[in-house]
Write a protein that binds this ligand. Structure first.
Ligand SMILES: Nc1ncnc2c1ncn2[C@@H]1O[C@H](COP(=O)(O)OP(=O)(O)OP(=O)(O)O)[C@@H](O)[C@H]1O
Ligand SMILES: [Mg+2]
Length: 280
C-alpha cells in the first residue's frame, strides 16, 4: 500500500443516542488513490466520512492527517477543511447562498480575495458541471440532481488535496453521473485522493483502486477491488451483491484467481477471446 493520507487509530464513535456507529477502526487511507467505501444501510459509512472532516469527533481513539493528529479547535478545523473537500449526502446541508453563482464563489473567496481568479474558477465550474443556465437561480429551487451538481462544482473548484463524497451519484442521471466521475478522475490524475461512499458495487468495482467494506462500524474486508470482490461470502455478510462482471467471470471461469478477475468489459472480452476462438 502507498503512503497514507489519513489514518484511524483505534477509532470508535458512539452517537449520544447510544448507537456505536464506528467500532475500534485501525486503518490507513492510501494517498492519491480512488477509494470506495461500501456497506449496507447503517453500516457506518456516513459517520466514517463525517469524521474525516472533523464534524464528528471520535468517542475514543484518534485520526491523523499525514503525521498530524486531528485537533478540533476552530483554526485547526479551518486548516483541515481547506485541504479536505466534503460533499454531503443531503445537498441541503451544504447550500447556503442565494444564487448558484454565489454558492460557487463563496468557498473560493475564502481561499483567495483575487476577484479575477475567483471569477475564472466559477466560470470553469459552471461549464464543467453544465450549470450555465442555472447560474442566477436559487440553489434551493433546483432539483435534487441539480443541487448535487452545484455542491460538487463548489467542492471540486477549490481543488482540495482530498475529496470526500457521501454517495456522489445519488439523484444523478447517467450522463451527469459520468460527468462528475470524469471530474473526480481528473483531480485524481493530479495526485488528489478521492474517497466516496456508494451502494453501487458495479461502479465501485470499475472505478476504485481501493475498497473498504464496512459492517456495524467495523471493516469486513479492504484492498484492491479484485481482492475484495473475490470474497463472495464476506460480501453476502455485508449485504452486498457481486458486480456484474465478477459474477459473469466466476460463472465462466470458476477457477479464476482474484488477480486475474477482469475489471471492465474490454478485459472480459480479452479473457474470452481464446476460449471463443478454440470453440470456433
Ligand atoms: N444522527 C444520528 N444519531 C443517532 N444515530 C445515528 C445518527 N446517524 C446515524 N446513526 C446510526 O449510526 C449507524 C451508522 O449510520 P450511518 O449513517 O453512518 O450509516 P450508513 O452506512 O451511512 O448508512 P446509509 O447507507 O443508509 O447511508 C446506524 O445504526 C444509524 O442508525
Ligand atoms: Mg450514509
Amino acid at each position: 500500500m502507498s503512503e497514507g493520507v489519513i489514518g484511524f487509530k483505534g477509532v470508535s464513535y458512539l452517537y449520544p443516542s447510544g448507537t456505536l456507529a464506528i467500532d475500534g477502526l485501525d486503518l490507513v487511507l492510501p494517498q492519491g488513490k480512488k477509494i470506495a467505501l461500501l456497506g449496507g444501510n447503517g453500516a457506518g459509512k456516513s459517520t466514517f466520512l463525517l469524521m474525516l472532516i472533523g464534524i464528528l469527533k471520535p468517542s475514543s481513539g484518534y485520526l491523523n492527517y499525514h503525521d498530524t493528529r486531528y485537533c478540533y479547535g476552530k483554526s485547526q478545523l479551518r486548516t483541515l477543511r481547506s485541504k479536505i473537500g466534503f460533499l454531503f449526502h443531503d445537498s441541503d446541508n451544504q447550500l447556503i447562498a442565494p444564487t448558484v453563482y454565489e454558492e460557487l464563489s463563496f468557498g473560493l473567496y475564502n481561499l483567495s480575495k483575487d476577484k479575477v481568479w475567483v471569477r475564472q474558477r466559477v466560470e470553469w465550474a459552471l461549464e464543467a458541471f453544465g450549470l450555465q443556465e442555472l447560474r442566477d437561480k436559487s440553489p434551493h429551487d433546483l432539483s435534487a440532481g441539480q443541487k448535487k451538481r452545484v455542491c460538487m462544482a463548489a467542492v471540486l473548484s477549490m481543488e482540495p488535496d482530498v475529496v470526500v463524497c457521501d454517495e456522489p451519484a445519488s439523484s444523478l442521471d447517467p450522463y451527469h453521473s459520468s460527468l462528475i466521475f470524469n471530474q473526480l478522475d481528473k483531480l485524481n490524475l493530479h495526485g488528489k485522493t478521492i474517497i466516496i461512499s456508494t451502494h453501487d458495487v458495479n461502479q465501485a468495482y470499475a472505478w476504485a483502486d481501493y475498497i473498504i467494506v464496512l459492517k456495524q462500524g467495523k471493516v469486513l474486508v479492504s484492498g484492491s477491488p479484485q481482492k475484495v470482490f473475490h470474497q463472495t461470502e464476506v460480501l453476502k455478510e455485508a449485504d452486498l451483491q457481486l458486480p456484474f462482471i465478477v459474477e459473469l467471470s466466476h460463472s465462466l471461469f470458476p477457477d479464476l484467481g482474484c488477480e486475474s478477475l477482469p475489471k471492465s468489459l474490454v478485459e472480459l472480452q480479452t479473457l474470452l477471446k481464446p476460449v471463443l476462438c478454440t470453440d470456433l
